[in-house]
Design a protein around this ligand. Structure first.
Ligand code: APR
Length: 268
């Protein structure tokens, strides 16, 4: 079965799921690749420990400094052909399109995807919020720029700049940490699962499938027997889901290589 021809014929709904791999060609490191964020540590900490609420509670300045550095990497990056191809898919398909991204880098939005149809299920590194769980987001102050160097410490004045606008405490980065759970108000958990149950074609790009919600989405498609197309330089759990359903495809290679071509096939 040609799942793309079938999708076009039936005017189906497309769900796109992305991970760090789509931003690799923009120069943002992945997490589990050779130079990935979870691989390159320091003498003081293992990087995965930094991405926990426990670390934030124990050493908030260090955690903030690390996120300001990661944010600077994102500010120095520009959306690539893959991000732009996905934005074009949305522009053509409109309410037949939804993007679920694990990326906090904001590159999809800068590449033309709309906030309305982009569920950022792990947050967005350009925002901060109150640590009490309320969903109001505040942009990170402009003072913190693209030149924030790795390892730079926060001064007391800089720490004050990151005060919570809603309470006397320190704000926190708007990201989902390892010791936290998905929810609807901040991370669109139920909406993402609903979209997965209502879509006809799943396109998965640049993720190892190491987190819970993306895997649930893949499993749901496989259970429903709906086609999955995977773009990745190497196989992963999603390629197995894709192989299990009629019309599934594994396009081995990079996002920048395959997405513009796929756009041409999905849309006239
Ligand atoms: N194009 C497409 N895929 C690529 C490219 C590329 N140019 N370069 C690398 N990849 C693939 C890798 O082969 C790998 O499968 O991208 C994937 C990146 O995987 P991870 O580093 O595990 O990133 P991701 O899957 O997004 O991680 C999920 O884990 O720690 C959490 O919150 C973090 O959102 C992150 C989540």
């Amino acid at each position: 079965m040609d799942s793309i021809a079938e999708f076009r014929r039936r005017q189906g709904k497309l769900l796109v799921l992305t991970g760090a791999g789509i931003s690799a060609e923009s120069g943002v490191p992945t997490f589990r690749g050779q130079e990935g964020y979870w691989k390159v540590g320091s003498q003081d900490y293992h990087p995965m420990e930094m991405a926990t609420h426990q670390a934030f509670a124990a050493m908030p300045e260090e955690v903030w400094a690390w996120y300001l550095y990661r944010r600077a990497v994102c500010l120095n990056a520009a959306p690539n052909a893959g991000h732009r191809a996905i934005a074009s898919m949305e522009a053509h398909l409109q309410d037949r399109f939804l993007l679920v991204t694990q990326n906090v880098d904001g590159l999809h939005l800068r590449g033309g995807s709309s906030e309305e149809r982009t569920f950022q299920i792990h947050g967005n590194i350009h925002y901060m919020r109150c640590d009490d769980g309320s969903p109001e987001l505040t942009p990170i102050p402009e003072y913190f720029g693209a030149d924030w160097a790795k390892g730079r410490a926060l001064s007391a004045v800089e720490r004050d700049t990151l005060s919570c606008p809603a309470c006397p405490g320190l704000a926190r980065p708007h990201v989902l940490w390892f010791d936290e759970s998905y929810d609807e108000p901040l991370f669109r958990f139920e909406s993402s699962l609903r979209a997965a149950s209502e879509s006809d074609l799943l396109l998965v790009i640049g993720t190892t499938g190491s987190t819970n919600l993306p895997l649930q989405i893949g499993e749901m498609f496989a259970r429903r027997g709906c086609p999955i197309i995977v773009i990745n330089p190497e196989p992963n759990p999603f390629t197995e889901f894709a192989a299990s359903c009629a019309g599934g495809l594994f396009l081995e290679g990079t996002a920048g290589e395959h997405l513009p071509r796929l756009l041409g096939r999905l849309i006239d």
